[in-house]
Design a protein around this ligand. Structure first.
Ligand code: ADQ
Length: 765
């Protein structure tokens, strides 16, 4: 790329013009400053001269005046003096001045008229002079004026000198500016563009996308680089998807992929519109120091549901929780997402602090969560929380019905235990809608669920759905048994369905999973994009160890973290050879910390880890490292990759995605999973070491077994586990859920049944 001539001329012209303007200002200031200096000198002398001349301003003293003027004017710093009468006539003038001062100077006229000192610059015979005139008096009246004349040619010389300097400055500065502009041009434009061009060439040639060249903050080409990186990412994904599809076809494997899910959804749903409702939103906008940042919460749900919503341009309704969420929606609380590549609509619902406290922290997480998890935490059922839970479900129903207005036979996919009442509320007003709810947590046995004072209302709400999904068959069976015990209904055990009040609800297992990275996907990298080595992980934590044990959890009392720590303590007691050799890293994201039980858990975990560390640690080694904060997926990935053993010891868990994420990350077919038998995942992953987390002794033994397992056996187990997770990936979960939902035959849409009159609080926001 060549710099065009007119850019060079423009630079030269603007540099010269800037220097000219600056010099002009400087010259003016200089002239004013020197003038003031002269005036000050003249004023200093004037008083003395006036005292001498005032008495001589009488006609009879004319000779004395001339004599005095010659005497006073005989000073080195003066060119001359002249005295005028009040009519402007010469009375006396020094000899040098006499031939030159033909005209009456304006300063003299002003000084006489205004009875004050006045100065002016003049040119006498080509010489620059400064003339300062002061009035002369007789008594109080002005009788004339004295003009004091100074040589001012040095001021002109100074100004000329300044202009000379400016000229030289132009000659020196212009090449420097051109040089600088050229350097900036090369560093900020030519080189990044060349790097980008090289990167794009590589991108075209190689199947694995290299990382885009870094573009520093403030780089003018950064927006362009970011767009190019996004374009490349899309290209890479499309290429990877096409290549994956081709490979699968060639190998005869029938795997679910994002692309297959997209096509499947388009075929299933045809013209039906899809609405997903969840408490958590897929994109959160937060105010940061530098503007608004968007983030995707750490959850597999977005990965699973986004291809579906993209395929049919659906609507995702969720609570807006980000600090800048309100700033980013339109007048109807909607925005198009993903922000980079909009394909579907996110409709945000706003909840007050009080609503959130009662519905989310109260009823959902202090009531339903412990009710459904048999983890020996007592559920708390407060009337006020229940009220909020009902009201928030009604609020979401109003919003959903608004969004569904005009949509023929819409499909609605409700997520989780926050919205047990929603299926009924929607179905009442839109019987033509096909409504499914997926319950992400376990369903307990009927006796356990029966302690809930509002079990009938919750069951009735859920049975408004045409389809209820759980992770595993036993949760479905417990649900059917609970309905059987609590409500008047007919259970169709063969088809796993509930018939009640003329409505039929299917109850099916859909084991949720994770995305399984295929070989053409880029290797896991840290935040900066470097692949991380195992030694670096230990080094960064200041630990010198050989074996790495890993736990990754939300800090929840159902996850069995304390039981895990107890087993590690027992393991080190029982097998001391592992002291200074084995370190367990617990990555734990604080969660629901407004609830006391969760805050207590963090303290208990920290106290236990500290106690065990004190017992065994040396100067270079600790048995337990706690990393208690939310980590990005890229940060967690290296730990999954390098762990010798991953411990999933939940006391009760619907599925547990960490178990599957660990397996999906192990493309080296190494590492061993210790998995609680009380997780849904244990049903699908029998080749993990299945344990009872309450049995400390056998958990400690399982840890040893995992570390000492014959490498061939370990590899074979991991290969089998990976085959299962690969086949039953998250796209299969979403695909089968959506197939079953689309196959449902809903009732006809009754005319005029929307929007929901019985739900209405004037607005839904
Ligand atoms: P959760 O109880 O949240 O989910 P889980 O399935 O284990 O439990 O998923 C946790 C997710 O959070 C994983 O993707 C994990 O990587 C991530 N995570 C854990 N610790 C983290 C940290 N420190 N920083 C960032 N991310 C972290 C509920 C049910 C489960 C069910 C899922 C999906 O309780 O049984 O499997 O929904 O249906």
């Amino acid at each position: 790329m060549r710099i065009r001539l007119h850019w060079i001329l423009l630079l030269i012209f603007s540099t010269a013009a800037s220097i000219f303007l600056l010099t002009l200002v400087e010259v003016r200031t200089q002239r004013r400053g020197l003038g003031r200096e002269l005036q000050r000198r003249a004023e200093g002398l004037a008083g003395y001269f006036q005292d001498r001349l005032d008495p001589l301003m009488l006609p009879q003293r004319q000779p004395a005046l001339s004599e005095e003027i010659q005497r006073l004017g005989n000073r080195e710093d003066l060119l001359g003096l002249a005295v005028y009468d009040d009519q402007g006539n010469h009375l006396a003038v020094t000899s040098w001045l006499e031939p030159r001062l033909a005209r009456l100077p304006a300063a003299v006229v002003q000084a006489t008229a205004e009875n004050g000192g006045r100065g002016q610059f003049l040119s006498l015979d080509g010489q620059s002079i400064y003339l300062f005139a002061v009035p002369l008096h007789h008594g109080a009246s002005v009788t004339g004026a004295l003009a004091m004349v100074y040589d001012a040619s040095y001021i002109q010389a100074d100004i000329l000198h300044t202009w000379h300097s400016a000229f030289w400055m132009v000659l020196v500065v212009i090449p420097l500016v051109l040089l600088l502009a050229w350097a900036v041009y090369r560093v900020y434009f030519i080189r990044p563009l060349a790097r980008t061009a090289h990167w794009m060439r590589e991108l075209r040639k190689r199947p694995l996308a290299p990382r885009p060249p870094p573009s520093p903050v403030g780089d003018p080409l950064r927006p362009l680089a970011e767009e190019a990186a996004r374009l490349a990412q899309t290209l890479h994904e499309a290429r990877a998807a096409a290549s994956l599809e081709a490979r699968l076809r060639a190998s005869g494997l029938s795997l679910w992929t994002a692309e297959r899910l997209r096509v499947h959804v388009q075929t299933c749903l045809e013209d039906s519109r899809l609405f997903v409702i969840s408490n958590r939103e897929p994109y959160i906008h937060s105010a940061t120091g530098r503007g608004i940042a968007v983030s995707v919460p750490a959850s597999g749900l977005v990965t699973a549901l986004e291809p579906i919503l993209r395929a049919c341009d659906g609507t995702w309704i969720a609570q807006g929780t980000g600090s800048a969420d309100r700033q980013t929606v339109d007048a109807w609380d909607r925005l198009r997402v993903p922000p980079d590549d909009p394909h579907y609509t996110l409709r945000r619902v706003w909840l007050s602090g009080e609503e959130n406290e009662g519905y989310y922290f109260g009823f959902a997480n202090e009531g339903l969560w412990p009710l459904c998890h048999i983890a020996h935490a007592r559920p708390l059922f407060r009337g006020a929380d229940w009220e909020h839970y009902q009201e928030v479900n009604r609020k979401f129903a109003r919003v959903a019905l608004q969004e569904m207005a005009g949509a023929e036979a819409p499909c609605v996919l409700v997520q989780d235990y926050h919205f047990a009442l929603l299926p009924r509320l929607i179905k009442q007003h839109r019987p033509d809608a096909r409504v499914a709810i997926f319950w992400h947590i376990p369903w307990p046995n009927p006796q356990a669920f029966g302690i809930c004072p509002w079990q009938r209302e919750l069951l009735d709400g859920l049975l408004g759905a045409d389809l209820i999904g759980f992770h595993i068959r036993s949760h479905c069976n417990y649900f059917l048994e609970t309905v059987d015990a609590a409500l008047e209904s007919r259970i169709d055990w063969d088809r796993s369905a509930v018939n009640r009040g003329g409505q039929r609800t299917l109850v099916r297992p859909y084991p949720i999973s994770v995305e399984f990275p295929e070989p053409m996907m880029p290797a896991p990298t840290d935040e900066r994009g470097d692949t991380v080595e195992r030694a670096t992980l230990f080094q960064n934590l200041g630990v010198n160890s050989i074996f790495l044990g890993l736990g990754v959890d939300r800090l929840d009392y159902t996850k069995g973290i304390l039981e895990r720590l107890a087993a590690i303590e027992r393991f080190l007691e029982k097998y001391p050879v592992y002291r200074q050799q084995f370190t367990f890293i617990q990555i734990g994201a604080p969660s629901r910390t407004r609830i006391g039980r969760y805050r207590d858990l963090i303290e208990e975990v920290q106290a236990e880890a500290a106690r065990i560390n004190r017992r065994f640690q040396t100067s270079q080694w600790r048995p337990i490292v706690l990393l208690l904060r939310e980590h990005s997926r890229a940060e967690i990935e290296p730990y999954y990759k390098h762990a010798d053993v991953c411990l999933v010891t939940a006391l009760h868990d619907g599925m547990n995605l960490v178990a599957k994420e660990f397996i999906a990350a192990r493309d080296d077919e190494q590492g061993m999973l210790i998995l609680s038998r009380f997780t849904g995942a244990a049903r699908e992953l029998p080749e993990a070491l299945i344990v009872n987390p309450y049995d400390t002794e056998s958990l400690a033994d399982a840890l040893r077994q995992a570390l000492e397992m014959d490498p061939d056996e370990r590899r074979t187990r991991m290969q089998n586990l990976r085959r299962i997770v690969r086949e039953r990936n998250v796209f299969r979960w979403a695909g089968s859920l959506i197939s079953d939902l689309a196959e449902l035959r809903p009732a006809a849409h009754p005319a005029g049944s929307e929007p929901a009159a019985s739900l209405s609080r004037a607005d839904a926001s």
